[in-house]
Ligand binder design. Structure first.
Ligand SMILES: [Zn+2]
Ligand SMILES: [Zn+2]
Length: 1020
């Protein structure tokens, strides 16, 4: 054999002895990116050379915990998009941001003090300044964890340009939203029933309430209310919140529904007639009689006795004040399909109840303090926490003979998204964005956005359509202060939304340090422009969703805001339909006054579950944290797996085992394809500058397999582009998977491997044409993979491409996104090759049925199909013979019947393949030689020889002379297959042969063979 001169490969780095070691490759790439400032350079390049702007605002993670796998899913998608758009030529301000304020951080900080007894106690003992300091410390504690996660995960976000929602400059710009709302009359103050978390001691917005429904257990109480003017008659009522009876003011029935007067013992109970049977059964009352059925409207105005006049004297006074108090009213919202269809109303504890009372001018009785404890107005219940009064109320009802049944019920009930405590509805004084007034504008804004998936779109739009006022005030410490001052003399209100203005208008300022936070801001006193009195700040801070929702304006300068907003694309978790996506949209519509969202597209992604489909939680111990995970597993694999497994909108079941199956196979195959290419191409002196695809086409050197793989590649480029652009990442990656595993590894490489397996100078141009094809195909693949697996893409780019073509840009990220080339499409060839690969697969099945290895050559195959299929196949007969490993192939129209024994067949989709399975001595010998060759190949690898290295001598010893004779005619072919200068054939055992070597013994289907490699460079 001709031995290749070493000069072609002398200067090139040789990495081809490396196995696929993703963890090491990734760390090498991280170091490269950092050392060469690749991220910084990419931003610099695209800021000058771009096809357009793609605005972006980071959905800021809250710095009150460490990143887990759910965060990683979103960050991977963001990074994918950044790299994808950058390659498409867009400039995107991919700048980080951190959500720093609000309850989550404040609660995390509170833990540090270990004070029990709630916020009030904490502020007494610790004070606001220390609490604020601790909040900032909390941010500093978690921040490095997030930096680390982004580094490990390969997120190319710019941390130097990060925004921090607690900084004064951010807060001042956030205040711009309030100023707009104030001036448009959209910022209002009112008593309102708000959801309140007794644990966190603050109110929640509607959006927040939607974040946390859970199944909880509550009392289930049936009780009676005595009618005043009808002795012995009662209203039968059901409640799960007995404490609200303390503030009961009205009873509601449905005006058009039927109600029954039911005789039970010597009493008459009134309830919805459709509910008589089930309720009586539930109460265990077998004997009853319906006396009369009448419409709900007939009950209107009936007066009933409040059960606790003695305990809550204030209730009697209320009756004196308003004649509707403790009467029956009619309301359409009453549901007569559940419980008794008779509903008690406590305007202090329910939104609907509150509205009913307000419409009728009934006063609201809300005897609660800041901690949801009853005040003195609640008489005997004074000092009790609302829900703790449940049991007391039930006992009091029982004492008075008004309790019918007390049990427990499990039902879905809103809980605090942060602390999981059951929420309570109480009437409080709060500040609101009156988004109900701009509902249509908001809805129009939301309708103009691309959501990629119908489910989240519908959910989001229907939430916007509810158009409920957005409660933005919170009774907390760590947050953006509400910049409203109230005159202590005349009640005049002033909104001052800038630090400069405050300094100008203040009559009193904090001593020394002054930042835009409590407690300092509370010390600012202004002069009333109306009466000259002193004005003090409303002690509220803003909803943390307002804080982060202000980001589009607050994180940019005016000029950047004009350039980047509305932003191109946002991606956040599905729960953000009621969170960030909502607050961004509402705040932007208020700020601009336009029916426009601050984002053109919003992808909501699902949560990550464990492999059994359970939510990840601390209590189950199944939470995967990003940093420890990525210290042990490759980031590319993790990224690929999360995007490949399912549509982004779906909940994802995360299985480590699954990650290491197909996804690992795809990435490792991509690596090995490169190794195969690089080894052979460098060996043959391939020069991508000279041996281009155009050159190969011009020279007529491309054959069917090359033209086929190039054609398939164009379809792939389209599919991947479409998948990325339409947020069908799983489709894009499944297309890449199919191409790497099937098209390239399974078909194309076997089609050309034999051609590359030679040193014949006469066929060198053909080999160079194959390298030109592989270079083009693999390099395109690397570009397509880059947004998903940036480490592997960069590693291959640096090791397989840049050494061969020094003209290439410094990083794969500086490349432009590939465009499909229609000139390379050949649908006819694709169709023919589809038939061909099917025919080859059928030949494999026919072999398997006959128990014949693929390595063993057979005499003949017959392919049976309709004429037009045969015509497509016939030009590829030689390729079929090679892939099916047969000496001859016949193409025959339907009707073929094999004559005689020895045929095996398989068929599918109008195609049948018959194989003649009987082998003569020559075929058996050749098959045996292939088996031996395979053992030698494995031994070569074990001994560390590169596939291109040519061995000095290989010794093969057969234990039987007959076996040696089978092999003898194929020795030169064997030499070529295993790349050795000489094969020596022996008969006998090692001791008798006189060859000093380390022999390996193999049993090949009952034939014993010994093999040894002798090479001067290595001691075998
Ligand atoms: Zn809470
Ligand atoms: Zn005043």
């Amino acid at each position: 054999m001709a031995v290749k001169s070493a000069e072609a490969t002398a200067d090139l780095p040789d990495w081809t002895t490396l196995d696929y070691k993703p963890m090491e490759f990734e760390e090498e790439v991280r170091a490269f990116w950092e050392r060469e400032k690749i991220r910084e350079k990419l931003e610099e390049i695209r800021s000058k050379d771009n096809v357009g702007l793609a605005g972006f605002v980071e959905g800021p993670p809250t710095l009150n915990g460490v990143p887990h796998v759910g965060h990683a899913r979103g960050r991977t998608i963001k990074d994918l998009y950044y790299r994808y758009l950058s390659m498409k030529g867009y400039y995107m301000p991919f700048w980080a941001g951190w959500d720093c304020q609000g309850l989550p951080v404040e609660l995390e900080a509170e833990k540090a003090f270990g004070v029990r007894g709630g916020k009030k106690k904490l502020l007494e003992e610790v004070g606001m300044e220390k609490l604020v300091e601790e909040c900032k410390r909390t941010l500093r504690r978690y921040y490095p964890e997030w930096l680390k996660a982004d580094r490990l995960l390969g997120v190319f976000i710019n941390h130097d340009r990060a925004y921090w929602t607690y900084k004064d400059e951010y807060i001042e710009r956030e205040w711009a939203y309030l100023r707009e709302a104030w001036e448009q009359g959209l910022l209002g103050e009112d008593y309102y029933v708000v959801a309140y978390c007794p644990y966190c001691q603050t109110s929640l917005s509607h959006a927040e309430v939607g974040l946390g429904y859970e199944v909880v257990e509550d009392p289930s109480v049936y009780f009676k209310l005595r009618l005043k003017d009808r002795p012995g008659e009662f209203l039968l009522v059901w409640t799960t919140m007995p404490f609200t009876i303390i503030t009961d003011l009205l009873i509601a029935v449905h005006p058009e529904a039927d109600y029954a007067r039911v005789e039970v013992g010597d009493e008459v109970w009134i309830m919805a007639s459709g509910r008589v049977e089930p309720v009586m059964e539930e109460l265990g009352i077998p004997a009853y009689r319906v006396l009369e059925v009448l419409p709900g409207s007939a009950l209107e105005g009936l007066r009933y006795e409040y059960p606790f006049y003695d305990l809550v004297p204030r209730q009697a006074e209320l009756e004196q004040q308003n004649e509707l108090v403790h009467t029956v009213v009619c309301e359409e919202f009453v549901d007569v399909g559940v419980a008794t269809g008779v509903v008690h109303l406590s305007p202090a504890n329910g939104e609907e109840d509150f509205e009913v009372a307000r419409e009728r001018g009934v006063p609201v009785f809300s005897p609660y303090d800041d901690e949801c404890r009853f005040t003195e107005e609640a008489g005997a219940f004074s000092g009790l926490f609302a829900r703790d009064a449940d049991d007391v109320v039930v006992r009091e009802l029982e004492k008075r003979g008004l309790l019918v049944k007390a049990g427990r019920v499990e039902h879905e009930y809103p809980t605090c998204w942060r602390s999981h405590h059951k929420l309570i509805w109480v009437a409080r004084r709060e500040y609101f964005y009156r988004v109900d007034k701009i509902r249509d504008r908001a809805l129009k804004a939301a309708e103009g956005v691309e959501y990629f998936y119908e489910g989240p779109r519908r959910r989001f739009l229907s939430f916007i359509a509810e158009g409920r006022p957005w409660c933005i005030s919170r009774e907390r410490v760590w947050g953006t202060p509400l910049p409203i001052w109230v005159c202590s003399s005349c009640g005049h209100k002033l909104l001052v939304a800038s630090r400069k203005e405050l300094l100008e208008k203040a009559v009193r300022l904090p001593d020394g340090h002054f930042e835009l936070h409590r407690p300092w801001i509370d010390q600012v006193v202004l002069r009333c422009p109306e009466c000259g009195g002193e004005m003090y700040r409303e002690p509220f801070v803003l909803d943390c969703w307002h804080n982060s929702g202000a980001a589009p304006y607050a994180r940019f300068s005016d000029e950047e805001f004009e350039r980047f907003v509305p932003v191109y694309f946002l991606v956040e978790g599905l729960d953000q339909t009621r969170g960030w996506a909502y607050s961004l949209l509402m705040a932007h519509v208020i700020l601009t006054g336009r029916p426009e969202a601050p984002y053109r597209a919003f992808l909501f992604y699902g949560i990550v579950l464990d492999e059994h489909g359970r939510k990840m939680s601390k209590s189950l111990g199944n939470v995967i944290l990003v940093n420890p995970f990525l210290e042990r597993h490759p980031a590319d694999l993790f990224r690929f797996y999360m995007l490949w497994k399912c549509a982004p909108v779906d909940d994802m079941r995360f299985s480590l085992e699954e990650m290491y199956k197909r996804p690992y196979q795809v990435l490792s195959t991509l690596y090995h394809l490169h190794r195969f290419f690089y080894q052979n191409a460098t060996y043959d002196g391939f020069d991508p500058a000279r041996h281009t695809l155009d050159w190969a086409r011009g020279e007529g050197l491309l054959r069917a397999p090359d033209r086929w793989v190039l054609s398939k590649l164009q379809a792939l480029v389209e599919a991947v582009d479409e998948g990325y652009a339409r947020c069908r990442f799983h489709k894009a990656l499944q297309a890449l998977e199919e191409f790497v595993i099937e098209v390239l590894s399974h078909w194309y490489v076997p089609m050309v491997r034999r051609e590359l397996w030679t040193d014949d100078p006469r066929t060198l141009p053909r080999r160079l044409a194959i390298y030109a094809t592989l270079w083009h195909v693999l390099k395109t693949l690397v570009l397509l993979f880059n947004p998903t697996t940036p480490f592997l893409a960069e590693w291959l780019y640096q090791h397989a491409y840049r050494p061969l073509d020094p003209e290439l840009p410094e990083s794969v990220n500086f490349e432009r996104w590939p465009e499909p080339d229609p000139a390379l499409r050949d649908p006819e060839l694709e169709e023919a090759m589809e038939k061909l690969t099917l025919a080859v697969s059928l030949s494999h099945s026919a072999r398997q049925a006959a128990g014949l290895k693929r390595r063993w050559p057979l005499r003949e195959a017959v392919v049976v199909a309709e004429r037009e299929v045969l015509e497509a196949l016939r030009p590829h007969g030689a390729l079929f013979s090679e892939l099916a490993n047969v000496k001859a192939v016949r193409f025959v129209e339907p009707g073929f019947e094999p004559k005689g024994p020895g045929w095996s067949s398989s068929s599918e989709a109008g195609l049948a393949v018959f194989l003649y399975t009987i082998r003569d001595e020559a075929l058996v010998g050749e098959g045996f030689m292939r088996d031996v060759a395979r053992r030698i190949q494995a031994l070569r690898r074990d001994m560390g020889f590169k596939p291109t290295e040519i061995l000095e001598e290989v010794h093969v010893a057969c234990s039987s002379p007959g076996d040696a004779e089978l092999l003898r005619p194929f020795l030169s072919e064997l030499e070529e297959l295993v790349r050795t200068k000489r094969v020596e054939l022996h008969v006998g055992e090692p001791g008798e042969l006189g060859v000093e070597a380390e022999w390996r013994r193999y049993d090949i289907d009952g034939r014993v063979v010994l093999v040894a490699i002798r090479h001067p460079a290595r001691k075998a």
